[in-house]
Design a protein around this ligand. Sequence first.
Ligand code: SF4
Length: 461
Amino acid sequence: MNEHDSEMIAGMLSELGYVQVPDRKEASIEILNTCSVRENADKRFFGTLGQLKRRSKEDPEYMVCVCGCMMQQQHIIDRIKEKYPWVDIIFGTHNIHRFPTLLGNAIREKEQKIEIWDARESSEQELPAKRLYENKALVNIMYGCNNFCTYCIVPYTRGREMSRAPEDVLEEIEKLAADGVREVMLLGQNVNSYKGEFKNPGNQQKARLEGFVEEDGICTFSHLVRLIAGIDGIERIRFMTSHPKDLSDELIETFRVTDKLCKNIHLPVQSGSDRVLKKMNRRYDSARYLDIVRKLREAVPGITMSTDIIVGFPGETEEEFEDTLEMVRKVRYDSAFTFLYSIRTGTPAATYPDQIPEDVKHERFNRLVELVDSISLEKNLAYVGRTEKVLVEGRSKRNRNTLAGRTDGFKLVNFTIDPSAFMEKGEACSFDEIAEKLTGTFMDVRITNGKTFSLEGEAVL
Ligand code: SF4
């Protein structure tokens, strides 16, 4: 979501005539879009801000802007005002669209501008984005979260849940499709609780007749996915994130019947211990979670799964941590984002007395990562010999003479290609030309090797 906010900020700056520079030292404006999920991100933010002081003092034209989740917390704003007065603009998650105005005012009046809103005005504040990829797009379908997991700061920084109207989402995706986008990632803190209401009575009536709303007139997430699948040009649909407590049988059925919905799900488990899950206020237990996994795998054979896991939640015992390892062994995730629990000021878990010592957390974390990685590697090695359809993203970051793309199951594939197959007017094309030609297209790739975080292969031409 932060990444998409950054795309929108870049979009607004492009409209104002600014261009992105490869080296931050050349930038006349630096924007730090912050994340608050972990303490480490906070520390890095303040470290970076400190480094910007010198240039800020030396160059009166240079501007430092800060935004994102951290700015929705008063203690952070107070700290910036007191210790980092060279920051020119501070804005929050609910008023990104105000950035051009704040920028104009700060430049004209040569004074610091701080504007933080407590809540979003409406769900209609989407802005033109400067996309990271030409053929893939991030699309917000909702904002905020009502779940209040006890460790999480997001409901305080992103506000209460608000779903966008289905027409607005569909219109945005139709425009993206017309602009060459082939894959959309639908974003929400908990997409499974999406509840869209059509704004236009005519659209509402049509959706009712076609079965895209419930009796009460609500368009559910499954309905929305099926509506998006009807848009010409969009060939892949993904979503993030999905809360297990709200994952419905209807969505599992939507996976089964909707070819365009990629066979991949990110389903954060956080812990394998029922007592810890309860203390986290996750509102599911390990049995319910495993039941969802079973149903998904029955309905969608070959579906890939990733998760989030927190290690060292307050009070977590060795046995409870072992329950998490057991969960990982049972589900056999394709990948997992593993986190050391860190105190987030303002959340209930921050006040729990039984915080786990750092050395214990680290020791458990290492064991978890070792297990997760070994399973990822085994699963990736099982792809060797298979041919996978990938959406080409461009040149690989690791080796500039190979291409990179993603499978339907979201596996990253770095692959070679025979350049002799590409001729232009009797002459062989350069690798740059080949990469440009193929980016955004679908290609068959034969998998030749599996690594922990990616696959390797060769294009089938
Ligand atoms: S569902 Fe829980 S973890 Fe996810 S954003 Fe909401 S409060 Fe945070």
